[in-house]
Design a protein around this ligand. Sequence first.
Ligand code: ADE
Ligand code: ZN
Length: 334
Amino acid sequence: MENFIQALPKIELHLHIEGSLEPELMFELAHRNRVDIPFASADEVRAAYEFSNLQSFLDIYYQGANVLVEEQDFFDLTWAYLERCRRDNVVHTEIFFDPQTHTDRGIAFGTVLDGITRALDRGRDELGITSHLIMCFLRHLDEDAAFATLEQALPHRGRIIGVGLDSGEAGNPPEKFERVFARARDAGFLAVAHAGEEGPATYIRDAIDRLGVRRIDHGVRCVEDAALVDELAVSRMPLTVCPLSNVKLCVFRDMREHNIVELLRRGLCVTINSDDPAYFGGYMNDNFLAVADAHDVSQQEIAQFSLNAIEASFADATRKQEMQAIVSEYLATG
Ligand code: ADE
Ligand code: ZN
């Protein structure tokens, strides 16, 4: 199974680029930019990555992002992730970034965007990895701040395909951002949102009904509403599930208790993703392997996660067909 997963062409739809900041690069950038970090070594940083819930992770995660200052830093961060994609045989990726994490520290929106897109362009040209960029609003901040971020993004509409919603979920329901999402959709952005990671199943319904999302990020708490699970199966509303993240943040106690395989078998369009791989102990192959190790799944079922991700992706029809052909050929020839 390990070899099958390694060589399977994969598509990632839930990856926070700031969450791919490995401790070694964090140190290099801290030194380069003369930013203080409260750790003596990369090993010490890793030892601090023990989380009890989403917020305990976010506190450390936003601190880590402070070392990102120059356009080159955002390039280096993104390029390191793309090299990892190549090793894991990820052929297409849709990446989140959190502009407010940077603009609130005085970093220009354009600096962040230029660095990330320069790496994505090079990834397409040199590695053949196609990509899209999704800008997330931080839901612990207010609606005005989200509107201001949307205004900053409008001139860059061609380089950002969609908007998302992340950060602390509990107490920050979808309706808080109903108007800003309506405005973003009017401007041509596709919508996604984190929902049902720590928040209740009603947040999944509200993200669909009030925010007009095309995918739900996480969504694993849908099982608390049986009718919702049936509706998600019928509509094929994609869930971008992140198995290692869910265990690391104690959404599930153990990978054997994770519901991703159950949801797959009930006909939902579930996909496997890495979320914040530098913090949660693994990239795409590690996530696929963790699921396969903990559950009795067939190769066909594992491949279905890739086929679902192609269906759920924002790639154009031509690229989707190309990716379907790559996966079908892989399954036919091994
Ligand atoms: N930001 C980065 N990772 C996140 C997650 N798993 N949930 C919410 N916000 C996030
Ligand atoms: Zn996430």
